[in-house]
Design a protein around this ligand. Structure first.
Ligand SMILES: [Zn+2]
Length: 199
């Protein structure tokens, strides 16, 4: 690979930092970009720069957003009395895709994992507890993953909110054990949402 000019080697290095992209694929992509028309390469570079400068987190639910409040939080048609708690934006996307939920979200940004040193202060739990006032919220759906970390996180939230009078439910039925929500098909997600049970 060393026979390439410096600029190509640099791009190969950058591309190979992306998940799932090894050196070989990075080389192929770099050469593809090199041979692409100027405007295509410029669009790609521009899109990456714009993504980094325009996408932020929603102040309320921490979803990816271009404004202080994301489209879902700002939508008057969404039911503000129900909050669906998920670990990541990809999980939120999976729930949205199923079209079976009309409330708001709270994105934790991970799950509790003592082994990896991730404690309650490392994910957005205090922000959730601040939002979870019985006056505003009637139900919190715990849609964390069904693996050990997801279950531990759901149990922690359940414990903390047990005395608030807010209805706590868990979606799990149909979601495979250890399963990542993003791999659950929309129909299964719809069923899991309909069949959620009280904690
Ligand atoms: Zn939001």
């Amino acid at each position: 690979m060393n026979h390439y000019p410096e600029a190509i080697l640099k791009l190969i290095d950058s591309l190979s930092t992306l998940p799932g992209i090894g050196k070989k694929t990075a080389e192929r992509l770099a050469l593809h970009i090199l041979h692409a028309p100027d405007h295509e390469a410029a669009t790609l570079a521009g899109d990456i720069i714009e993504l980094k400068s325009s996408v932020r987190l929603c102040d309320t639910c921490f979803a990816l957003s271009e404004t202080e409040r994301c489209r879902i939080c700002a939508d008057p048609a969404r039911d503000k009395s129900v909050i669906c708690v998920v670990e990541n934006p990809t999980d939120m996307a999976a729930v949205e895709k199923a079209n079976a939920f009309t409330g708001l979200y709270h994105i934790l940004g991970g799950a509790l994992s003592p082994i990896d040193g991730i404690g309650p202060e490392d994910i957005r739990l205090s922000e959730l507890f601040t939002r979870a006032t019985p006056k505003e919220v009637q139900e919190i759906i715990l849609a964390t993953k069904t693996n050990v970390e997801g279950e531990a996180t759901a149990a922690y939230i359940q414990n903390r909110l047990a005395t608030t009078g807010i209805r706590l439910t868990r979606i799990a039925s149909g979601v495979p054990m250890g399963g990542d929500l993003q791999y659950v098909d929309p129909l299964t997600m719809q069923k899991a949402m309909e069949k959620r049970y009280g904690c």
